[in-house]
Structures are given as C-alpha cells and as structure tokens.
Ligand binder design. Sequence first.
Ligand code: SAM
Length: 304
Amino acid sequence: MRKFGGTWSESKLDCVEAYTHRYLQVMQNQRWYSLDYVDAFAGRGKQALRKSSGSDAPEPESFFGDESERVDTQEFLVGSAIRALRASTSSTRSFDRFVFIDVDKPSCLELESIVLSDFHEIHDTVSVVCGNANAALGEYIEKVDWTHTRSLVFLDPYGLEVGWDLIMRLADTGACDVWYLFPLGGVIRMMTNDGQVPDTWRVRLDRVFGTNEWYDEFYRTSGQQSLFNDEASCRFKNASTDHVVDFIRKRLKTAFPAVSNAGILRNGKGVPLFALVLGVSNPSIAAQKAALGIANHLVKDLDQ
Ligand SMILES: C[S@@+](CC[C@H](N)C(=O)[O-])C[C@H]1O[C@@H](n2cnc3c(N)ncnc32)[C@H](O)[C@@H]1O
C-alpha cells in the first residue's frame, strides 16, 4: 500500500526527504566526516502543479514534458533542493555543504534567489552549478577528499540523462549514498516490440545500462530461423516492469556493494514511469545495513 500521499512526483520527493532526515540522524554520531548533499538535477526549487486529465491529483508540469505550457497557478510542490535545505536546518546534525546542479540557467537563477532569500544564514555553504550533471558531478567527485567526506546524492532526471560512467564513479568513492530515479518507462518504450531498435536508441540504452547485454536479456530468440536469416526478426520482447527492475538492480550491484529494493512510481493511470532505488557505496557492512534498513522501509511505501 502506498503511504506517501499525492502524485508519483510528490511521493518520490517525500521518500528522499524522509531518508535525508534519517541520514542526518545517523550521521550525528560520525562528526569527524564533512557531510555533503548533492542534487544533480536540482530544478528551480519548486514545481508548479496543474490538474492532470487522468486523475484528480495535480501532476507536476514537468511530467507533461512541455515547459512552454507553463500555467498560471498558485499551487507549488516544494522541490528536492529546498527539502534538503529544510531538513538540514531543522536537524541537530546539518550538511556542511550543498551542491545543486542543473543544466537550465533560469532554474539555477531561481534556485539561487530562493537560497539567498530563504536560507540566507547558510547561503555560503551552497553552490549552484549550471551545467550538465554528468560533467559537473564528475568534477565534484574529483575534487572531494573522500577519506573525510560522506555525501548524499540525488539523481532525479527526466529520462535517460544519467550515464553509467557516472554511476561507477559515484560507487567508486566508497562514500556516497545515491538515490537514483531510474527511467523505467523510458527504457521500456525505447525497446521496440519487434526488436528493431534504432541505432541511436541502442547507444542511449547501452549508456544508461552500462552494457549492451540488455538486448539479449529482453529479446529472447523464438527458436525459429527467419526466411531472411535476420536475427532481430526471430526475437520477441520480454521486458515486464519487474524484469527491467531486476536487471537494473543487478547492474547497480556490479557497482555498489549494497542496493536497496526499488519503489515503482506510476502515473495516475497506473503506468510505471520510474524506479527509485538507493545505491550505497560505503564498504562498511554496518553502514550498508543501516542505509538499506531505512531505504527498504521507505520504498515499500511507494508501491501502489
Ligand atoms: C525531474 S526535474 C528535477 C526536479 C527537482 N529534483 C525538483 O525536485 O524540483 C529534472 C531537472 O533536470 C534538469 N536537467 C535535464 N537534463 C539535465 C542534465 N543533463 N544535467 C543537469 N540537469 C539536467 C532539468 O532542467 C530539470 O530541472
């Protein structure tokens, strides 16, 4: 049963926010570490809401994919960056530094101005970086002293923007807890039923999974040779939601020593859009156990 209220987007944010509170509580006893919060798809600080046609619950505009259709509304969903700042200012242990990344300049400017006005007392701990998440997060990973830093990272893309290389680099730090919103609906849609996946889509799928093994995993041979001896025409697609979720969790386990269960986020019509999953890179078994205990409890509440 889904306990987080509202839309899938709100549930996602509630889940990561709840984890952030627990993370800060756990880190109270580990004061020798500097604590970072990194939001690589940070947005503008809030999302305007408007009514979806499929349900009574308001959906965030971004779900419709057309930012030009911004509507005049008084309803806002508080975004991940502001939630992290609030969690930090209301906890005994706070983050020492925030890194907010977004490729969209107006979003960065709006977020910066909210930080300056609403979080003035800690604004010097916040960096808003306008750039591509893969490159900007790569630079961040390179600069940090990972023997003295722990980092909570949120990857909240619209689609297939996160490259596998970034996942590997985050895992290699041995110091990051990474919430990844995996684009389940996007990858399932790109895997065409007839197995004739356009080359540009194959490249994008290879990049998001970090391997081309997804093709053999999700396209099984029919056992019959076609008239034209064409490999793709003998294949049929076998990519249920559970199958794709199992596969991405297996892939994440090749990078992270511990990976949580996945929470499936669906739109108002029940269509699966994303899987929210936590990768823990800390090599300490105790740290992994603590993180997974919290995350598995939280993602259970996402399933509808
Ligand atoms: C789903 S929204 C994130 C919402 C945000 N976490 C919040 O709670 O409001 C995705 C964001 O990623 C940004 N974005 C898209 N592609 C990006 C990329 N390659 N690198 C960094 N940001 C990107 C968009 O501008 C958008 O603000």
